[in-house]
Ligand binder design. Structure first.
Ligand code: SF4
Length: 945
């Protein structure tokens, strides 16, 4: 047999263990093949509801993640200066005792002294609960710098959102329109879905400044200028309204289109809904010609005109206001073409196609169902146009309103949760009022009590903000303050800058999990590093005195930790992909899943979630100890099985009840994890056929949701085309409603908080000299990599080891640039020297590069000569966490003013040809210079260890 031939007579594995992938956020089912107790290879689980056996490059390379030389090997205490990478190994007893001391001191002084932020954490239901029990308001995960605009706008408009909360109806859609999507999110389902579209001959349109990944295989590519998607969408709405391609019956039944809006400029209730004595919004009944409560049986509500309420106030239906706004010629395709970079004919053609497919190719499923008003329908009618969007539209300072505009478009054509359109994934839809309000205080402040509720939620108006009596933010990241009122996922990107500045207050301990804040997860990377290193001359200590990091790998951030709590890999621990957290359900089924230790750790590492539970017990946090101080849980596995958020509702929905025969609600089952493992590490419950569509208004679905424990009573959703919550903030900014907005915040609120979706120029673009910085620069996520983990993976590094700045051909010609040349890319904040590649597949004003390939020398156990650490680069150095000064005495966050979403994609730049180079700039001193690194890494060699 030749040396490289495979001996097929020998089994490649002696055992297969089924678990859940964590090589990206998609959470596919995987079969891990083991040979002699080592991971031999990984394949897709064909029975799994998420991926149906499909495995991507990242997923199969999980083996190299598991055996990566960058894995941390034991707890460490810093011995040299921050960033030096000088640590000593300590025992877990010492590490946990020290962490308990630091955290306990902070809690005793003031729980706010702890800031706990987690990165792409898939256990937020636990980490959030822990922080709540600790009593600090300063907790969030990474959503504020990812896609909170998309999530918050979706929940506030249709009670759901793209990706984890919904999906295109891949089997029936005839026209699929995708706006700016990160290719590492929902990766396998989108690939499977697009292949279905291609097989059926359905049309796929991609709206994205960059034609790569999914856009490269779209039937039509619309190369929109970054930050103008919202204007493009409103122009589509203009065209659809003009052509009367809107579903009036759907609007009257399921949206607030007929609700009456008070039209009394200058009054404290102007722009709010007219309501009856019970608080139910009113509609104008066209037969009896009087206002009646919305939902009155048999009422035919007016959708246009004006009317007078019983007390003499004027009122207007929402749809009248909407039509007045969007029929304005300022939204005509010709009027927006130059701004969006999309020809008027393309906009007009896309609008016509959306309207034609929605109304002339409608589909019907012969399935009787009953709506929440008791009306029986003989079939599900479908408008087979579906949309999908993610970070591309989110990561702008106008992204919330853009995402709202896209959901408004879906509702106008009747294409939400019907056959062929976007469909909800349970536990969504969920109306705004069923979400919690944000909480930032214990019932009795300073008494070591838990917060009175969860940190993250949705304010229904300024009265729900987390601000002190003088208006100052209650949270370190200023979420839910006047600066970012609807910051539903927090502002992790502001945590270090605010802690360093002591604004609104200093903290004692920064506790990070899986968050590479000293490198690719921060704006203004060099500035962030300086803040982490900065010493307070008065105390002689670091300005952020103590940093605890938990991570599985030696990231750039680990070098800045004072105490390192090493995590396991995803194949060595329990995890819970919970309905209480970020679901993996499908439109037709309710799913959740687990991970479990398919191999035992061979290092002195512990699963972070178990460590957190241990710390909770050592700190005697309520919820983690009983009344005598005895720990409630032995580890995360025990917590997953026995913790109950409400009676009968725990982290996992499947195999509940003592016999394991209950789904959703039921007593804790000590055998639950074994049942999951036997079932392939997931659980699935099918939604009854009569409950599968129109879930927002479907009586059978609402009953199913109550039975499963999503809600305790039915929670139907009325689509909110017009947002009364946003109007309340406007009234506060006008001084017409209490609490009045502080003067300094008023102009920003009035500019951004409109109750109907609108478009405004991204804030960085509006504040810099557009001639000095004429281009956009954005990042794309490589499909083969996920954040910084992927780009240290030995197999995935064969796909990308360095990135180039992709520059449009005409800009290359203008600056005499060829492939491989070096340029200075300059923003209002900084300059980087990088190599370029010429491309034609991009918007003419936009340059782009892959995200998170560039590494700091010495990090991630890569050779300091590795291409990632030399030619590789980050755009982060050009992006400041604050906007340029405006002359109002404030430095505003570079974020969406509504949600606080980090505006990564608002970056404006200019380009200058540079001398040829060997390495990108800026350069940084290496971290972890003395770390052991293999001279060569190969799978077999590593596996044989
Ligand atoms: S798409 Fe993500 S979760 Fe699925 S196999 Fe690939 S890396 Fe794993």
């Amino acid at each position: 047999m030749a040396q490289h031939d495979v001996d097929l007579s020998k089994p490649v594995s002696d055992e297969v263990r089924k678990t859940t992938c964590y090589m990206c956020a998609c959470r596919c089912g995987i079969d891990v093949h083991l040979k002699d107790g080592k991971v031999r290879y990984i394949e897709g689980n064909r029975d799994h509801p998420v991926n149906r056996g499909v495995l991507c490059a990242k997923g199969s390379a999980g083996i190299m993640q598991h055996y990566a030389p960058a894995r941390l090997t034991g707890p460490m205490l810093r011995t040299g200066p921050r960033g030096s990478g000088q640590f000593k190994h300590i025992s877990w007893d010492e590490a946990l005792a020290l962490a308990t001391d630091w955290l306990g001191e902070a809690r005793a002084k003031d729980p706010r002294k702890l800031a706990f932020f987690t990165g792409r954490d898939q256990s937020q239901s636990l980490t959030g609960f822990w922080a709540q029990q600790f009593g600090t308001p300063n907790y969030a995960a990474h959503g504020g710098f990812c896609s909170v605009n998309m999530a918050a706008a979706g929940i506030m408009t249709i009670g759901g959102a793209f990706w984890e909360f919904g999906s295109p109806d891949w089997d029936r859609t005839k026209l699929f329109v995708m706006f700016g999507v990160a290719e590492d999110h929902d990766s396998n389902p989108i690939k499977i879905g697009i292949s279905k579209l291609k097989k059926r001959g359905a049309r796929f349109v991609s709206v994205n400044p960059v034609r790569t990944g999914y856009s490269a295989i779209a039937d039509s590519w619309v190369g929109v200028r970054p930050g103008t998607d919202g204007l493009l969408i409103l122009s589509l709405v203009h065209e659809l309204l003009k052509a009367r391609r809107v579903d009036l019956d759907y609007l009257a039944r399921y949206s607030n289109a007929p609700w009456l809006v008070i039209d009394e400029p200058g009054a404290g209730d102007h722009g709010l809904f007219a309501r009856d004595g019970e608080g139910t919004p009113l509609v104008f009944e066209t037969v009896t010609e009087r206002p009646v409560p919305a939902g009155t049986k048999g009422a035919r509500p007016a959708l246009s005109g004006t009317c007078q309420l019983g007390d003499g106030r004027r009122a207007v239906p929402v749809l009248e206001l909407l039509a007045r706004e969007y029929l304005d010629p300022k939204y005509a395709p010709e009027a927006v073409a130059a701004q969006t970079g999309v020809d008027a004919a393309v906009i007009r053609g896309l609008a016509a196609e959306i309207g034609r497919v929605a109304f002339e190719e409608a589909i019907e499923i012969d399935q009787p169902w009953t709506d929440v008003h008791g009306e029986r329908h003989q079939s599900f009618v479908g408008r087979p146009v579906s949309f999908h969007a993610m970070r591309g539209i989110s990561a702008h300072s106008n992204g919330f309103q853009t995402a709202r505009a896209l959901h408004m478009l879906q509702v106008l054509i009747g294409a939400v949760d019907c056959p062929g359109a976007f469909r909800y994934e349970p536990p969504y839809p969920k109306p705004l009022r069923a979400h919690p309000r944000p909480h930032g205080r214990a019932e009795h402040f300073g008494s070591n009590q838990p917060l009175s509720g969860p940190h993250l939620g949705f304010p229904l108006g300024p009265e729900d903000l987390l601000v002190e009596e003088d208006g100052r933010p209650a949270r370190l990241d200023k979420a839910f303050s006047w600066e970012a009122p609807i910051a539903a996922h927090g502002l992790m990107h502001m945590a270090i800058a605010n802690a360093h500045a002591g604004d609104p207050y200093p903290v004692d301990v920064l506790f990070l999990y899986m968050a590479n804040m000293a490198w690719n997860s921060s704006m203004n990377t060099a500035g962030t590093i300086r803040m982490l290193e900065d010493i307070d001359p008065q105390t002689g200590d670091y300005r952020i005195p103590k940093i605890i990091c938990s991570d599985a790998y030696s990231s750039e951030m680990v070098a800045y930790a004072d105490l390192v709590l090493p995590d396991t890999t995803y194949l060595e621990r329990h995890d819970c992909i919970s309905l209480l957290d970020r679901p993996i359900t499908e439109p037709d089924s309710v799913n959740d899943a687990i991970r479990w230790p398919v191999v035992a750790p061979d290092r002195d590492v512990r699963p972070f979630q178990s460590v957190l539970i241990d710390l909770g017990a050592r700190l005697r946090l309520p919820g983690f100890v009983d009344s005598r101080g005895t720990p409630l849980y032995t580890d995360y596995a025990d917590y997953i099985v026995r913790h109950e958020r409400r009676p009968g509702i725990g982290p996992l929905a499947g195999f509940r009840g003592l016999g394991g025969d209950r789904a959703g609600r039921g007593a804790a089952n000590p055998d639950q994890l074994r049942r999951y493992i036997e079932n392939g590490s997931f659980f699935s419950a099918h939604i009854p056929p009569e409950a599968q569509f129109y879930k927002h208004a479907n009586a059978a679905y609402q009953d199913f949701a109550v039975k499963m424990g999503f809600f305790d009573t039915p929670q139907p959703v009325t689509f909110q085309l017009y947002s009364e919550e946003l109007q309340k903030f406007r009234l506060s900014a006008e001084g017409l409603r209490e609490p009045a907005a502080p003067e300094i915040h008023r102009a920003r609120i009035l500019a951004a908080f409109t109750p109907l979706p609108m478009w405004y120029c991204p804030l960085e673009e509006a504040s810099v000299d557009r001639e000095a910085f004429p281009y956009h620069a954005i990042t794309q996520r490589p499909m083969a990599m996920y954040h910084s983990w992927g780009s240290m993976n030995a197999w995935l590094r064969q796909i990308h080891t360095k990135n180039r700045l992709q520059v449009p051909g005409p800009i290359c010609d203008q600056h005499d640039l060829r492939d491989g040349d070096w340029v200075w890319l300059i923003s209002h904040h900084g300059r980087i020297k990088v190599p370029i590649a010429r491309t034609e597949a991009v918007n003419r004003d936009t340059m782009w590069t892959w995200n998170a390939i560039g590494k700091r020398r010495g990090a991630w156990a890569l050779d300091p000569a590795a291409p990632e650490a030399n030619e590789g680069f980050l755009l982060n150095h050009l992006i400041h966490e604050l906007l340029p000064p405006k002359g109002d005495g404030m430095r505003w966050a570079n974020s969406d003013p509504i949600t606080g979403q980090a505006a990564w994609y608002d970056l404006r730049v200019r380009i200058e040809k540079a001398e040829p180079g060997e390495a990108s700039e800026p350069r940084f001193e290496p971290v972890n210079e003395k770390a052991d690194r293999p001279a060569e890494l190969r799978y077999g060699q590593e596996w044989a260890k």
